[in-house]
Design a protein around this ligand. Structure first.
Ligand code: SF4
Ligand code: SF4
Length: 406
């Protein structure tokens, strides 16, 4: 978005304020500068050079979760998310801001580097130095260490080609992402087994890495573009039927940036479009579960796919339109607001009596797991496909886990 385009888009905001009630930061901070309308005014003033960065504009933009609840509520259709991304890009490129965050995202978005950090983390844990690091009075660092507890015990790399268990000749690509491919390793394995058991060979190319969403939303547009270009190049060479996504934030980024040359589809949508005769047989699960809808996919089809599980009592989590505070790297950059939102969600979770929380977002799942653990609750967090896989297994018809050939 050029500076001129930015101003044209921002001028579409008529300052009606209808977006204020849905904004999580306005709800918590009750300040106009932390509302969508206030931020659009700041973005306009910054673009016209009427204010500079010393006027706290950066603070108010950084506090935005980019949840885009305001965009969904806006009757004028203002593209708030694009305005925010463009403004953050201007700030980071012109003022060379956030070098540490840039470096962190650089480390997190590469398979090998991330695996090195997993090794280092476990070495530090075994040596006892992690306990000392946890005492450092830097809240963001402590938050990072708390999140790191969800890392797998050993480095994982599931890239490769997994043959189908049936001779159908069908093949799909699976997009596993960066952090999600480690934190959600169980989900990745479940998805491979499910798809190959249904007759689809699964390809996870080694060149598949990060979707670039966290870079883009933090203002590192060039790096985000490079990630999308790499995905465009490798999907352009593939003869797979679809590129299947597991995490909603990656899906949204790939869709909005048109980063896949293969037809893009979420794994829930992929299963739902199968003919009934191809759907996996699922064992009943007589338990109460609650669905959390991520901001990156408020109208996802998770509810429909979960309804395929017999006897599952599914309830919506209250205030499902409210962001849980995960918001990509937000839980590291704004830990206080992130925790306040997480606590609101946790109270809703406690109140509805569910034994399982289901969400298709890696970030939301991390946030809920941490909140649940801190509160000492006995509630499991699943991706919809992990639950589908579990009930497929329990039905006794699941096939063996395929082994990668590459
Ligand atoms: S963003 Fe939309 S809803 Fe919010 S003040 Fe502007 S026009 Fe109104
Ligand atoms: S994106 Fe979310 S946090 Fe940011 S202004 Fe809009 S509603 Fe508020």
């Amino acid at each position: 978005m050029t500076p001129e385009d930015l101003l044209v888009e921002a001028d579409r905001c008529v300052k009606c304020g209808l977006c204020l009630t849905v904004c999580p930061t306005y709800r918590l901070l009750a300040s106009e500068a932390d509302s969508p309308r206030g931020r659009i005014s700041l973005i306009q003033a910054l673009a016209k050079s009427e204010i500079d960065l010393h006027s706290h504009v950066e603070l108010h933009l950084d506090r935005c979760l980019n949840c885009r609840a305001c965009e969904a509520a806006c009757p004028s259709g203002v593209k708030y998310g694009s305005l925010l991304d463009a403004s953050r890009a201007t700030i980071t490129s012109e003022h060379r801001k956030k070098p540490l965050l840039k470096q962190l995202l650089h480390q997190l978005s590469h398979n090998d580097r991330l695996n090195n950090w997993i090794r280092l983390y476990h070495m530090a844990r075994k040596s006892g130095s992690l306990a000392l690091l946890r005492k450092l009075p830097v809240k963001r660092f402590r938050q990072l260490l708390a999140m790191a507890e969800q890392l797998p015990r050993t480095p994982v790399n599931r890239t490769g080609f997994y043959p189908s268990t049936k001779p159908t000749g069908k093949k799909v690509q699976l997009f596993t992402g960066c952090i999600g491919s480690k934190i959600d390793d169980n989900l990745v394995q479940n998805a491979i087994q499910l798809l190959s058991g249904l007759g689809y060979a699964v390809d996870i190319p080694a060149s598949t890495g990060c979707c670039g969403a966290m870079h883009r939303h933090n203002g590192f547009i060039r790096e985000a573009g490079q990630q999308c270009d790499a995905i465009r190049a490798q999907t352009g060479k593939s003869n797979a039927q679809n590129l299947i996504t597991l995490a909603t934030a990656c899906h949204l980024e790939l869709a909005e940036q048109q980063a896949s040359r293969l037809p893009l589809i979420s794994i829930s949508d992929f299963l739902l479009q199968l003919p009934d005769r191809e759907m996996p047989e699922l064992a009943p699960l007589p338990i109460r579960a609650t669905l959390h809808r991520p901001c990156s996919s408020r109208d996802s089809t998770d509810w429909q796919i979960l309804n395929k599980i017999p006897q599952l009592e599914l309830v919506e989590l209250a205030e499902n339109e409210l962001c849980c505070g995960a918001a990509g790297s937000y839980l590291l950059t704004q830990p206080e607001i992130s925790n306040q939102l997480g606590e609101i969600k946790l109270n809703h979770l406690k109140a509805n009596g569910a034994k399982i929380l289901i969400t298709s977002s890696t970030g939301c799942a991390m946030q809920f797991r941490q909140q649940i653990r801190q509160a000492g609750l006995d509630i499991d967090v699943y991706h919809p496909i992990e639950l589908i896989h579990q009930q497929w297994h329990r039905a006794g018809v699941a096939t063996e886990q395929p082994v990668s050939r590459a």
